[in-house]
Design a binder for this molecule. Structure first.
Ligand SMILES: [Zn+2]
Length: 178
């Protein structure tokens, strides 16, 4: 573990926010007191919910959601969500944080998911086509047509056509020799 992440736990000494500990075996660290704590030491602190907040882009959250959901169910989390304003992933429990070893594992697994390059984030393919009126090449991103370059029949007009997700009609057609 290299990083620390904000949590809803409060320091038993100074009452400030605790972060996930970057020292294996401990659950939390107080940046104010520069001290590490076990889960049991902060269980008395009053919080509405027990969560870890991990900075993440919304796009990344969407792509990695299935993996994050696996972690959430594996560790019996009561919620998993994205905070648009803070741009953070929130993951947590109703009844309290798990012990330090489990907490270390969860943070590590989330970090692994975040670091893992999704090979299929951008699956780009080019496909030849000929629909009778025009022949050319379609460019597909994740199996969705995003653009095509074609030559029409019978007038040999060269066109670059762009498409938008969930829209059947092209959103833009640029012609080059007309
Ligand atoms: Zn403190």
């Amino acid at each position: 573990m290299k990083k620390t992440y904000g949590t809803s736990a409060k320091c038993p000494k100074c009452g400030k926010q605790l972060y996930t500990s970057d020292i294996k075996g401990y659950s939390f660290v107080c940046k104010e007191c520069d001290e590490n704590f076990y889960t049991i030491e902060v269980q008395d602190c009053v919080a509405d919910f027990w969560e870890i907040n991990i900075p993440m882009q919304l796009q990344s959250f969407k792509v990695k959601l299935p993996n994050l959901q696996n972690i959430s169910s594996k560790y019996k989390c009561d919620f998993l969500g994205y905070d648009d304003n803070a741009e953070m992933l929130d993951i947590g429990w109703k009844k309290g944080f798990p012990g330090s070893n489990i907490l270390n594992q969860i943070v590590e697994e989330i970090e692994n998911v975040l670091e893992k390059k999704e090979e299929n984030i951008m699956k780009i393919k080019a496909k030849k086509y000929d629909d009778g009126c025009a022949r050319g090449i379609q460019i597909l991103v994740n199996d969705e047509i995003v653009a095509s370059v074609d030559i029409t029949r019978p007038d040999d007009e060269i066109r670059i056509i762009s498409y938008k997700e969930d829209v059947d009609e092209p959103v833009n057609i640029t012609s080059y020799n007309r």
